[in-house]
Design a protein around this ligand. Sequence first.
Ligand code: 13P
Length: 246
Amino acid sequence: MNKLIAGNWKMNCDRVSAQVLVADVVKGDIPGNVDVCFCPPFVYISDVVGDDFPKNIFFGGQDCSYYGENGAYTGDVSASMLKDLGCEYVILGHSERRQYHVESNNIISKKVEHAIKAGLKVIVCVGETEKERQEGLQNPVVIMQLKESIPEGVGGENLVIAYEPVWAIGTGKTATAQDVQEMHGVIRRYVQEKLDKPDLVRILYGGSVKPENAAELLQIENVDGALVGGASLKVDQFLAIIAAAK
Ligand code: 13P
């Protein structure tokens, strides 16, 4: 199973810088055994998707609508629209969506259902807050998120889980190798016990992943890739992280 390095651009870039960023990364030295996924803002997806990229280059959305079928949902973008644009993946339940858009596990679960039905692979984000970790609640919090955000029957290569401790996102603080190993072990056990085709489910780490810490994080047991924010906007940094996944 290839490791997956996904770049979550969040609400960044403009049309030209988006095109330049993808073109420059793809021109770089991307190992054939690493899957790379760019997740730009919706409006730039069609500016960056191309037919002539290597087979291990993919695109993804950062969210999709809770409502499955197209219809009167002003401002929403459906999973099938993302698929139509050439996306293979969609990030769901990112902590910024949970925080700023009050997305609950139940809402995320519905989105997962729609995305899978539309033929997308989902990257479902989970992770505890700093307070929850201080109180030692990280394992039950993450297990509850997994249980409630991933509907029954979902699994295999259609499912990617991203462990992103909220306190490590955009802060420069990274979880220690031991924290990551422990949590990825907890998630892997949950996947093995509860989900379909568990061996094909990839578990990514996210939260201040940089070239300096990527190699250490990516060699930890059960770390099958990374979900990268800030460093995915810098060609050299993103390429260095991709290289570390080889
Ligand atoms: P940073 O890499 O900027 O900490 O962001 C992580 C993230 O939220 C990826 O989804």
